[in-house]
Design a protein around this ligand. Structure first.
Ligand code: 3H9
Length: 707
């Protein structure tokens, strides 16, 4: 998904060579993040040759313009034919340079960017810089010497930690690890680099390539690799590249440098060819693409959000308040019940304290964040809020009453958002005299953790209000996806399909654990029934009970899940739900009591159980989701397939290496999916299996959905 913006701003020559005194300066200037595309690679080689040929230059310095050092290879080039020089050729040229080369790092030095720095002879970094090899997150491994040079600097165990997690380290940590030679507090990268160059010139040092070092890798215990392989087999059995990373780092300690580098190249190319690379790179761009809402120009004015109100101090409201406090935005948290408010604040503190215990927040940070959340029983304190997010009980009557109150109290121009997951945002907006300022902000539980935010655009929501919510999503670290109004919006509407099929499959003869196994083998972190236990069976049961008591003609008769809830089996919180749990454990254990409840339910309904194949489970759970997703596109509730992909990646644990629901569907084959959907429509029937016209059209035309 090439970015038009980036291609337009490419300078004609992204790498320049110039001399300052007797220091040859190579400047990379390729906005926005100095990604190492073909122009940068050839520019680096040309500038290096110029520097080496320049008799006036005793030392060479690589420095980057803009906000960052090189953020890696240009991801947009992967999967296309690559023009020489390759990045491994560039770093090989640096490694053997006859003059010392220094890398001066600011912002982020990631992937191929860090590999360029590793091939230099000296590295200096600004204190604010971050350094890492995130290739694993794209289904790759560092393919320009990173797996060979990093272990030589920081030792193989730490190198494996860094490369397998893909997480960057701070400049301070890089210094203590030996990854950089000096860290400078403040100033420009150019100044830091020039100072390092002066020191080298004064010492008369010769180039000392990292590739020649063996002190940190000598005598490595082979058990290190056995242990890492076992960990991966347990924790990440689906993933391709982590296993190749262990092979590559092992090669660094067992083979001479040149052979290790050749092995790394082979392993990198295998990763490059893998479908997981394509899926993960799609997921990378999807996260960024959803921010660009079709029909909403990038220069749409946004409103200032300096103070936020949250109505409702329950689990959702508390989590939402934390999202804003975490981003430094003051929050007024309103609840009408004093005990509800107290419980809500206590829960927020417990969550922050738990984070602090894990070392992810300091005690001072906990207090700062708590101080940003102001609890109150008075709606009046929302008068000067720039945005209010309502997170009250899921009832139209209650929400409309709240919105009428907010309309009276809140200042003109304040944005009023509802966190409803099922109700009609337009009907809520109609309770106010300012529907243009109303929209949905649908957070996912736990709101302070889950990255997805469905931004629900009502029929009358104005463009600046939508643009503000999208920008705010990014500011609070969420992936905001604009969607339209319908029951369940995009994510839950699709989830409902999987849920319905999972239940039906069990009624027909599958066991909950068989359904869950198929889904976890597909790559979901949890199966449908484990997820139900985590969310709590009682939530849905209470809603269904209310409907039944109210005589709702559409209310369904109690199913086996309802019977479990009636018995007090609410899920993990009661250590028993669809599964049972040993106290303090989250591991689901199949329970004969549940099997008996299911069997009794089948008898009551007159269903003779039959063997259900894993293939049928896979098709019915996943293809029903794809069919619904296609209908959502047809209706324009989601604008693009990439929006649905991002929603399922960030809200529901869709395996990122499969790229997203529709990216995967295209790989799976729309023809195959359409054929199965039609087959189930004939066999099972029901509106849910009614084939989407878009799905049929794309399948018939042999084109992917969205093209
Ligand atoms: C690699 O290096 C392989 C080598 O080992 C071996 C090769 C042989 N390429 O994220 P942002 C775009 S693999 C192309 O919004 P931020 C991005 O799409 C690479 N484009 O900014 C966006 O475009 P747009 C290893 C890239 O400040 C714009 O830049 N490196 C690349 O929040 C701004 O990005 C990585 O995996 C790229 N490498 O975060 C690093 N990077 O404006 C991936 C960014 O059109 N990048 N773009 O939407 C990142 O983690 C973040 O972008 C970064 C900046 C932290 C750098």
């Amino acid at each position: 998904m090439p970015s038009q913006a980036q291609t337009e701003v490419v300078p004609s020559n992204p790498v320049q060579y110039a001399r300052q005194g007797n220091i040859g300066v190579i400047t990379v200037d390729y906005p926005p993040v100095n990604a190492i595309g073909h122009g940068v690679r050839s520019g680096l080689v040309a500038a290096l040759e110029a520097g080496l040929a320049d008799d006036g230059a005793g030392v060479l310095l690589i420095v980057c313009a803009g906000r960052s050092f090189m953020a890696g290879a240009d991801i947009r080039e992967f999967g296309k034919p690559s023009a020489p020089p390759t990045l491994p050729e560039v770093v090989a040229r640096l490694d053997t340079a006859t003059k010392p080369v220094i890398a001066a790092i600011h912002g982020t030095a990631l992937g191929g960017g860090l590999e360029v720095a590793l091939a230099c002879h000296v590295r200096v970094a600004l204190k604010s810089a971050r350094l890492g090899l995130p290739e694993v997150k794209l289904g790759l491994l560092p393919g320009a010497g990173g797996t060979q040079r990093l272990p030589r600097l920081v030792g193989p165990a730490k190198a494996l930690d860094m490369i397998l997690s893909g997480d960057p380290v701070s400049a301070g940590e890089a210094l203590s690890l030996g990854l950089v030679d000096a860290v400078e507090d403040g100033g420009s990268p150019m100044d830091a680099g020039l100072r390092a160059a002066e020191r080298l010139l004064a010492d008369g040092s010769l180039p000392q390539p990292v590739s020649a070092r063996t002190d940190r890798i000598a005598g490595t215990d082979p058990a290190l690799f056995t242990a890492r392989r076992a960990e991966l087999a347990r924790g990440q059995p689906h993933l391709f590249s982590p296993h190749r990373i262990v092979d590559a780092v092992e090669a660094a300690v067992t083979l001479p440098f040149a052979e290790g580098a050749a092995r790394e190249r082979d392993l990198f190319l295998a990763c490059l060819d893998s479908p997981q690379r394509a899926g993960l790179i799609h997921a990378f761009f999807a996260e960024r693409e959803v921010a660009k809402v079709p029909g909403l120009p990038a220069d749409t004015p946004t409103r200032d959000i300096r103070k936020v109100g949250v109505v409702g101090a329950g689990t959702m409201g508390g989590g939402i308040a934390m999202c804003f406090a975490n981003a430094g935005i003051p929050v007024v948290l309103v609840d009408s019940a004093p005990e509800g408010l107290e419980r809500g604040i206590a829960a927020i503190r417990r969550t922050y304290d738990a984070t602090a215990r894990k070392g992810r927040l300091t005690a001072a940070q906990v207090e700062e964040r708590m101080a940003l959340i102001h609890p109150t029983l008075s709606y009046g304190e929302l008068a000067d809020a720039d945005l209010v997010v309502e997170a009250a009980f899921e009832s139209m009557e209650i929400k409309q009453t709240i919105f009428r109150t907010l309309d009276e109290i809140c200042k003109p121009g304040a944005i009023l958002a509802t966190n409803t997951s099922t109700l009609d945002v337009d009907a809520i907006a109609a309770a106010t005299g300012r529907p243009q300022d109303v929209l949905g902000m649908h957070f996912f539980s736990p709101a302070n953790v889950m990255r997805l935010l469905e931004v629900v655009r009502g029929a009358k929501t104005s463009a600046p209000v939508l643009a503000t919510a999208m920008a705010l999503a990014r500011r609070i670290g969420k992936v905001g996806v604009a969607v339209g109004v319908c029951h369940g919006f995009v994510g839950n509407r699709i989830l409902h399909q999987r849920g319905r099929e999972s239940m039906a499959l069990v009624e027909e003869g599958a066991s909950p654990e068989q359904v869950d196994r198929v889904l976890t083998e597909f790559g979901f972190p949890l199966g449908h029934f484990s997820m139900t236990d985590l969310a709590g069976i009682d939530v849905g049961w209470r809603i269904r009970e209310e409907r039944r008591k109210a005589g709702d003609p559409e209310a369904q008769a109690p199913d086996w899940l309802d019977i479990l809830a009636e018995r007090g089996r609410y899920g993990q919180k009661t250590s028993a739900g669809v599964y049972r749990y040993d106290s303090g454990s989250r591991t689901p254990i199949p329970d004969p009591e549940v099997t008996a409840v299911i069997e009794e339910d089948r008898r009551r309904r007159g269903i003779a159980p039959r063997p259900v194949s894993n293939e049928e489970i896979r098709e019915r759970c996943l293809y029903a989701m794809v069919n619904e997703a296609a209908k959502i596109l047809e209706e324009g509730i989601a604008a693009r397939p990439v929006d649905i992909d991002a929603i399922w990646l960030h809200g529901y644990g869709f395996p990122s290496w499969r790229g997203g629901l529709l990216f995967w569907a295209n790989q799976e084959g729309l023809g195959r999916i359409a054929e199965a959907v039609q087959r189930y429509h004939r066999g099972i029937g029901g509106p849910q299996w009614h084939p989407s016209a878009l799905l049929l059209q794309c399948a018939a035309a042999g084109r992917p959905i969205g093209c």
